[in-house]
Design a protein around this ligand. Sequence first.
Ligand SMILES: N[C@@H](CCC(=O)N[C@@H](CS)C(=O)NCC(=O)O)C(=O)O
Length: 198
Amino acid sequence: MKLYGSSNSGNCLKPRWVAERLGLPFEWIEIDTFAGQTRTPDFLALNPAGQVPVAMLSDGRLLAQSNAIMLHLAEGSDLIPRDAYERAKMFEWLFWEQYSHEPAIAVRIARLHFMKTPEDQLDPNLLTKGHAALARLELQLTTTQYLVGKALTLADIALYAYTRNAPKGGFDLGPYPSVKAWVSRIARELRDADILGA
Ligand SMILES: N[C@@H](CCC(=O)N[C@@H](CS)C(=O)NCC(=O)O)C(=O)O
C-alpha cells in the first residue's frame, strides 16, 4: 500500500497511525500541500478532489478521505467496536470531527502555525467554534478514558489528530484538563514522538 500524505497534516497522520498500530506495511509518499503538489495532473489522477491523504491499496485501488481510509485499514480490528451501538457511537464522533472540530481547529493551526497568518485576519468564529468543540470533548472525557467504550478506537485517533496541536492554533487547553490527560494517553498509545518528545 502507498499512503500519500503531508506529515504536517493530522488528517494524513490518522491512517498512518492506524497502519503502524496494526502492523500493516506501507510506503509513505510525502506531498507538500503548501507547494501546490495536490494540484498537479499526476496527483489529481489519484484524487480529483486535490487533497491528501490518499491510499493506493496493494491492488492499485484508490481511497481518499482520512476517516474512510482509517475505516478500511482497521476493518476487523479492535479499533472498531464489534458491538453495533458502540460502533455507531464511533461513527457519531467521526462525523462530528469532520463537521464541528476539524474545520475550526485544523484551519486555525494551518493558518496561524504553518501559514503565519496574523490572528486579526482570521474569522473570529473559528475560535468560538473550536472552543465549543473542545468543551464537547471535555464533557465526554471527564467521565470516560476513551471516547467510546473502554479502549482506543478510531474515534480517539480521529479526534486526537488535531486536538494534540490545538495550542498551535491558539487554543489554550488549560480549561480542558480531561482533554489534556487524554491527549497524553493517546500519544502514549500511538507512540507519537511529536508529543512525547522522544
Ligand atoms: N475531509 C478530508 C480533508 C482533507 C484535507 O483537507 N486535506 C488537506 C490537508 S489536511 C489538503 O490536502 N489540502 C491541500 C489542498 O486542498 O490543496 C479528509 O479528512 O481527508
